[in-house]
Design a protein around this ligand. Sequence first.
Ligand code: UTP
Length: 294
Amino acid sequence: MAVKLAVIPVAGRGTRLIPLTKSLPKEMLPVGRKPVVQYVVEELDRCGLQKLLFITGPTKIAIENHFDLDMELINHLRETGKEELLNELAFEKADLQYFYTRQRRQLGLGHAILCAESFVGNEPFVVALGDTILGVNAKGRIVERMIEVFEERDADAVIAFEEVPEDEVHRYGIAKPVNMDDPDIFQLAGIVEKPSAADAPSRMAVASRYVFKPKIFDFLYKTKPGKNDEIQLTDAIQAMIAAGGKVFGVRVTAQEHRFDIGNYESYFLAFLEFALADPDHGDAIREKIKQMVK
Ligand code: UTP
């Protein structure tokens, strides 16, 4: 069955970015010329997804407004002779259906995905974290490649992975591959949440895109709250593998490098890289930075 449905969790409180995120969703923070979640939606559109379900929360209403067709703004631009700016609103016209449901308590990513269960029904679905962009201007098609692997191998889940330096493995879910004969596509013997460098089974870190059969819900229901009393998606995936589930990893390319907008260092670096790639201002900014760091 073709994968047409994507779940985008955006309900987390973003406490690492307070005060920015007190009333502003972190998924709406600007990176270059667009808010983070617009890159995510454009990536999914390009990869053939058609229905998007946002798992949202009380401080996230700006996300719904952003994807609305804003006729008042469109008319205003026309009436004031600013038609050229209409191109910037082209994303509003994407052939996508938007749905929203609330995660009423922020009990972790696994719990956020459980909120999608009745919407998903028996269909396979993508999960794309709303606070993570893959690659400068999100030009890659990792989700499309993941769906191909999902269908060809009749997988229960496919997960995107990025190789990280040894001193960063403690921040991520890390793959335990069956083998690495093909480093671009590999089956998982397990997955470990935030291991120490000494215990890490590889340096392949989960890169915030997943494809699942609805079977994952059975394992999410059985997953006990872990760290911070949150239901961890990684624990449910590990349980699925332990029960004989077929789970594959697909490696992102260098152009699909993950920008996680969940902490300041990564957010600042993302903005900087996108600004440097800006067609109008990139070169001038590069020159200014050279002078600043002299
Ligand atoms: P994070 O793991 O970065 O958690 O979420 P967070 O709660 O947003 O951030 P901190 O730790 O408080 O700074 C990764 C993605 O999962 C969503 C977030 O919105 C983000 O897009 N998420 C997280 C939920 O939808 N619900 C949750 O309960 C937790």
